[in-house]
Design a protein around this ligand. Sequence first.
Ligand code: DGJ
Length: 731
Amino acid sequence: MKKELIACLLACLSPAASEAAERSPIRISTHETDLILTITPGGRLQQAYLGKRLANESDLASLPYYNTQGSDGSSPAKGWEVYPGSGAEDYFEPALAITHNDGNMTTVLSFVSAETKKIDDNVTETVIRLKDNVYPVEVALHYMAYGKENIIKSWSLITHREKKPVTLWRYASNMLYFENAAYFLTEFSGDWAKEVNMSLQELKFGKKVIETKLGSRAAMHAYPFFEVGLGRAPEENEGEVLMGTIGWTGNFQFTFEVDNAGNLRVISGINPYASAYELKPGEVFATPEFIFTLSDCGKGKASRDIHRWAREYQLKDGKGDRLTLLNNWEATGFNFDQPKLEGLMKEAKTLGVDMFLLDDGWFANKYPRANDRAGLGDWEANRSKLPGGVARLVQAAGEAGVRFGIWIEPEMVNPRSELFEKHPDWVIRQPDRETYYYRNQLVLDLANPKVQDHVFGVVDNLMKENPGLAYFKWDCNSPITNVYSPYLKDKQNHLYIDHVRGVYNVFRRVKESYPDLPMMLCSGGGARCDYEALKYFTEFWCSDNTDPVERLYIQWGFSQFFPTKAMSAHVTSWNRRTGIKFRTDVAMMCKLGFDISLKDMDEKELAYCRQAVANYNRLKDVILNGDFYRLVSPYETNHTAVMHVGESQSKALLYVYDINPRFGEKLLPVKLQGLDASSTYRIEEINLPEGARSRLGATGKTFTGDYLMKVGLSVFTTSQNNSRIIEITQI
Ligand code: DGJ
């Protein structure tokens, strides 16, 4: 009764509030999910529902207000506020925090308007405007809902008209609430060469924060994505799960807070660490995009939805083809010259791949890039190694019958370089402290527009001088060290944010100038793996660790969020205890490349690789564009199996790996997924070594999709490091 009275009073007192109270709920929907926001009688925006799509529009009116305060829960303004400001009624982490010109640190946002527009038959964009009734601060919450793919992407725009700059010290992209009996978080942690390890923990009262402070990349120790099982631990094909990821190539932060009422609040955004941001009047602070999906049948479906969305909407050339390649890094390191590279180009042709990719070490003259201690920043070909320059390499690749791609790391500099000598003020480093290095290099100050021009110029000059260049591998080996921007001077608190924005300015210019140029995003392994950077890159390098056994785990981890066509995987000489077949079969499930000298292979091994490349090309559409099913987890068994199913379900590929089986271990059949139950399929083991016959009982036989998915196939063995690739064709 008391509650109703207050609500009525508020509504009567404020015309804006009464108008708001009459508004129907704001519905942000995919084909499977509803995010429903309501405006309280006091004019505040609340999350009323997030879950499976509701069948009846009329039920929206019955949705309750969420009041989580417990002790004195009288005000309807309290509760699941969509974008809570600091210092208001809620005592948990805010989405937004501002110090206003008069020193006041509270912000309370009221609803102003909402507008939903149809972008096309599949996508809608909803913009909700909020404002503080005391301070001239406005926030626009943006939501893009992708119907078929069941994805919602959201971000916020913050602006104000106070007299002087305000200080932003929290600026979330998005905040979500969940009301379940329990919450289980899968986090991804790692380090260089041991990326994306998955671990599960139950979230209890209080906060769990996942964040990084690396500056020039999102990841290394933690990754910019997470999974939350709602009610129970998330499984591959069962259970309700939230999967979320942030598109920010720098310090990010996810906060998972279980509050006094046992509800979970998930806040995603830039990490505000050392980044209190001074926003000028009229300036707009745009947060990164937070992308999420809800699945009620486990992680596998959620991953496939994200993959489809990424291919369709986010990844550079997401629907396009990908080039197979031979890279020289593992085979030569810095030690090569023109004849050696020309030899490798011929090897690329022999292998049957599309391209030869020249890695680090091709540039710099005054301080030649003979190792990683010098030359970075001086992007002209080294005259003694490559007297004909890049132009001759492009030409030689053409003569060998392959395309030519090149490695750069344009955001970085070695102190032993001409670039550093000419422009010491272009470098992030401390004026009065001893410099410390990560891989002997420093990060250029990308907040500085002149530095942005320089970095863009690295690609632009190479492309203008060598229009035949077919591919770039763009590396980024150092986090920001010696954190001080000479350009930002007394605005060091802007460094982490303005640096990343500077990086995006460059990426944007490169994409605008060279929209069809395929590019690999590389960062000493999988440290740059976020969906903002991937708007500008066709693929990313998952790890410098190319041991195929390790890669099975790494690929399993990244595949939670990224389509396999975006995950570069190369066959190398790492872990020679595994044969060339195992190494190749592991790389085949992603974007295939080689980084190995053919001289390290005997004739049979070479023949195997050639056959694998031919199979890859023949089956590329399924591998690059098919749905990915994770069937057997390497985390739970001594084996692993995954599958690609082509769009029409007429072709599928099953990849099977025995990693470390026990003697006499019980082997379970693998139940396939994604096939058409009523169709009949032929099973054929492919990628067999020359002269070998398949020992798979099912090869050459036919089965219904129903049988394959319910009974399965006996494909595992007790041999160590054994692999099988099985082609499944509808007949
Ligand atoms: C790190 C990358 O991950 C490697 O593939 C290679 O390109 C080296 N950098 C070159 O310095």
